[in-house]
Each structure stands twice: as structure tokens, then as C-alpha cells.
Design a protein around this ligand. Structure first.
Ligand code: 4AD
Ligand code: MG
Length: 461
């Protein structure tokens, strides 16, 4: 089979030639003597038009094809200079590979994203989701390319873990226990020592702690895999299962961490703008009119870098307009993140040195005793897209902080070891992959950038 992408990219090679294409019918318009099929084969954003005549043996059946049918077409590719599309196929044969039932849900009309979510198995056949999921694939590749070109080692961190990497307690439990018949301790608590692993195990919230172990061996590493959070956040930016990219760099401080994050985001923006022209133009036309201008601007300008304290000073001036007024010590909400990026700076902003109370136990404690060397990258339209930090590399300080927060030392023995044997300053960050795809496409709901979303109250398909 020839792919539709090849036809568009190497038109001259195929014009006048007899070719065979296979794909799915987007629409059929038939009259008594001839008809048109619009076909998409999944290889290219633009469809292909086919003209057929009553000379076909199965002319009657072809004219009655339903949208969604799979067909194999052989014919000649001819140029159509007057038409919207550059060429079409004059069909010799139309073979029906798989008919489509008349109740096919994707008829040729616009469907809402809400409705399409209920048919997540069919939505990749629509223009929007063809574009989203091709961008998702290309972005994953671009991220690997970015890190591999810089010598980072790709590390596969475990999905089933015994420790809580964020210390936030938002984990899905993994158990082999018989839920109908849970073993109990004398005090009546579930006895996880009866479990397959002999201890509580969970789905990972982050590969960072394991990543740090590998950074202390390979220097620069990254992870790229699924993570899970049992937080009850029913928003357009939270999923219970999402993918995260987590680079970790030995000998890097917070400044270098930001440099890598900024270079990475610019690299992926450049990559999709160059490799997915049709898709990006589609988003710019139908989803988010300012998208291309915005991304081109971001790609060529420096991100803002301010401290949390500076950010709070800026935000306090607008407190009367916030649902949650800000003061030093408060966690930044989405409304604040968006105000900073959309109203004040109009581009991505790194906010550094947050109060230690609102950040994770592993972040490096600053000399002021109040803040830690954290960094969040906030972007217009979304808010937080990256969270990272320089890590506490001092054994005693880390241990003291863990004790203060009541973390169970035994769960973090390996992590503490890293501070015992050749500890270095080191930093890393986590990029939420879905939020990155939202940023690149202008799509406004996380449910529409992951193939089969798992969110609060939704685990269908
Ligand atoms: O800020 P977070 O929680 O940071 C970490 O997990 C660190 N261990 C990262 C590191 O330093 N290696 O999460 C990182 C990013 C967030 O900025 C956000 O983009 C995304 O992961 N994220 C989510 N995306 C979708 N749904 C959720 N529930 C998310 N929680 C975090
Ligand atoms: Mg965060």
C-alpha cells in the first residue's frame, strides 16, 4: 500500500501512477453514475479523495458504504489543480475490507469533546484527536532526543514502590491481599505483613528518588513513564494516571536545573512546529487562535525567573480580585499562577525558593531557614507544568527534616544512603507530559490529551 502521507510529500513520484491505498471512509457522496469517497488512512492529517464510477462491479455496494468502513482502493493518482485538494484517485476497484454499521457514532459533523470522551476508543479517528495523538507521539520522541543528544541515560524506575516519593500520601495501594477477608493485627488494623511483599506497596507518584540513585552513578539521567496520584482533584489539569519526565543531574544546582528545563521546553516546541505543520496549523485555526504566535514567541525569548517572595509581592497587589488572597506562606493556586503568566509576564515563569512548609521533604534547605531551593515552571493557559528542586544532599539535614515530617526512616534507607556515599549537589525536575501536550496544542482539558484518561470517577475503557 502507498501511504497518504507519501502522496502528499512526494506527489510527483505518484502522479499518473497506479497505486493502492487502504483506509477508513470519512464520507461518501454518490450519484447515479459516479461518486466520491473521502478516505483517511491514519498516516497523514489531510484525507484523500477518491472518484469512482458505475464501471465498478460493486458500484451499488460502494455507494451505500457507511462512514467508518475500511476499504482498499486501487486506481490512478491524478492532479486536480482547480480543486481544494491537490490530487485524487480515479478508482479501478474499491474492495470492502470491513463494512461499518449504520450506527457508527462519528458521522460527518462536529461532536463535542465531552461526547467524544465517552467513545475514547473511536475518537482517535477524528481530526482533532488524530492531531493530538500524533503531537503526543512526536513530543515523546523529541523529549528522548533532547536528553539522549545531551548524554542523559534513560532509567526505568519502578511502578510498584514501597516509599512515597513526594511524602504527600496520595498513593494508590497495590495489594495481593484478599479484600473480602483482610488479615488484621491484634489492634484490628490491616496486617500488610501478610501481603505478597510483606509491606505496604503503592503505585509510584514519581520516579525521582530512584532517579537520584542513578544520577549518583551516571551523573545525568532521566525517567519517562507513568505515575499515579490518588488525589481527589477533579480539574481539567489533574489525572489519576499521567506520564512524567524526570531528569536528575549530579553536580547541578537550581540555576542549571532551570537552564535545562527551559532548553527542553524550547526544543520540543521547535520540534513540533517543524515536524507537525499540518497538525499545528489545525490547532491554531480550530482550537486556540493565538497558539502559533505564542509558541514562536516563547521559543525565542527568555523565561522569567523570580523568587516566590517576589511573586507574592506582585500577587498581593491584586488580592482583591482573587478567590484566595495571597500572603507569604500560602501555596500558589491556579488563579495566581495564571495571573503571573497571563497578566503580568505573558510568558513562562520560573518561581523559585518556596516556603519549606508547602514543598516536599527532599528539597534543599536554604540558609534563610524558611525556604527551600524549589522551582516551579508556570506557563500561560495552564499554570504549573514543571515542578523541581535542588535536593538536600546533607545526610543530617535530610534526616532531621524527615523526622520533623514524621516520615518512616525505614522506607527511605536507600535514599539516605545516597547522602552517605559520595553525596553531590544535585537537581532535577518533573515535567507533566499531559500538561506539556496541552501547552503545545492549546487543548484545554487533560482528558483530551491522554488516550484513555483515568480521572476522578472515570476509569472506563
Ligand atoms: O510537582 P510534582 O508533584 O513534582 C514531582 O513529582 C517531583 N518528584 C518532580 C521532580 O523533581 N523530579 O509533579 C511534577 C509535574 C507537575 O508540575 C505537573 O506538571 C505534573 O507533574 N502533575 C500532574 N499532571 C497531571 N495530573 C496530576 N495529578 C499531576 N500531578 C502533577
Ligand atoms: Mg508541583
Amino acid at each position: 500500500f502507498v501511504k497518504i502521507k507519501e502522496l502528499y510529500r512526494e506527489q510527483e513520484k505518484f502522479l499518473g501512477q497506479k497505486i493502492t491505498v487502504g483506509g477508513w471512509v470519512r464520507s461518501v457522496r454518490g450519484s447515479k453514475a459516479f461518486g466520491f469517497i473521502v478516505l483517511n488512512d491514519g498516516t497523514f492529517f489531510e484525507p484523500l479523495q477518491i472518484v469512482y464510477h458505475d464501471t465498478l462491479d460493486n458500484f451499488g455496494e460502494v455507494s451505500k458504504l457507511n462512514v467508518g468502513a475500511a476499504v482498499i482502493i486501487t486506481g490512478t493518482l491524478v492532479a486536480t489543480p482547480e480543486a481544494k485538494q491537490p490530487f485524487e484517485i480515479q478508482a479501478d476497484t474499491v474492495e470492502i475490507e470491513g463494512a461499518s454499521a449504520p450506527d457508527y457514532p462519528l458521522q460527518k459533523k462536529r461532536h463535542t469533546f465531552e461526547y467524544l470522551r465517552t467513545i475514547a476508543h473511536l475518537r482517535p479517528r477524528t481530526n482533532t484527536f488524530q492531531a493530538v495523538f500524533r503531537i503526543r507521539s512526536l513530543t515523546a520522541y523529541a523529549i528522548h532526543k533532547f536528553f539522549q543528544e545531551r548524554g542523559f541515560v534513560y532509567v526505568h524506575t519502578p511502578l510498584i514502590t514501597g516509599s512515597d516519593a513526594e511524602g504527600a500520601g496520595e498513593m494508590f495501594r497495590v495489594t495481593t491481599l484478599d479484600m473480602e477477608n483482610l488479615p488484621r493485627t491484634e489492634e484490628g488494623r490491616v496486617d500488610f505483613h501478610e501481603d505478597f511483599f510483606g509491606k505496604e506497596t503503592n503505585l509510584t507518584v514519581s520516579g525521582q528518588l530512584n532517579g537520584e540513585a542513578y544520577a549518583q552513578a551516571f551523573r545525568d539521567i532521566y525517567t519517562f513513564g507513568p505515575t499515579f496520584r490518588a488525589e481527589n482533584s477533579n480539574t481539567t489539569r489533574h489525572a489519576a494516571e499521567f506520564w512524567m519526565i524526570e531528569p536528575e543531574m549530579a553536580f547541578a544546582d537550581l540555576e542549571e536545573n532551570m537552564n535545562v528545563a527551559e532548553a527542553m521546553l524550547k526544543y520540543v516546541i521547535g520540534y513540533v512546529l517543524e515536524e507537525a505543520l499540518e497538525e499545528m496549523n489545525f490547532f491554531n485555526t480550530f482550537v486556540d487562535k493565538g497558539l502559533l504566535d505564542r509558541l514562536n514567541h516563547v521559543r525565542n525569548s527568555e523565561f522569567v525567573r523570580i523568587t516566590y517572595t517576589e511573586a507574592v509581592e506582585l500577587l498581593e497587589k491584586n488580592n482583591q480580585n482573587f478567590e484566595y488572597p495571597v500572603s507569604w506562606g500560602s501555596d500558589l493556586q491556579t488563579e495566581h499562577e495564571r495571573y503571573l503568566t497571563e497578566e503580568i509576564f505573558k510568558k513562562p515563569v520560573f518561581v523559585t525558593n518556596y516556603p519549606k512548609e508547602i514543598k516536599s521533604f527532599y528539597m534543599k534547605q536554604n540558609p534563610d531557614g524558611k525556604t527551600v531551593a524549589a522551582v516551579d515552571c508556570l506557563v500561560p493557559g495552564i499554570g504549573e507544568i514543571i515542578g523541581g528542586s535542588q535536593r538536600e544532599d546533607d545526610y543530617e539535614k535530610l534526616l532531621a527534616r524527615m523526622d520533623q515530617l514524621g516520615l518512616n526512616r525505614a522506607d527511605y534507607e536507600f535514599y539516605l544512603d545516597l547522602r552517605k556515599y559520595g553525596s553531590t549537589r544535585h537537581s532535577g525536575f518533573g515535567l507533566g507530559f499531559e500538561r506539556c501536550i496541552m501547552y503545545l496544542t492549546g487543548m484545554s482539558n487533560i482528558r483530551d490529551v491522554i488516550p484513555f484518561p483515568r480521572t476522578v470517577n472515570n476509569c472506563e475503557l
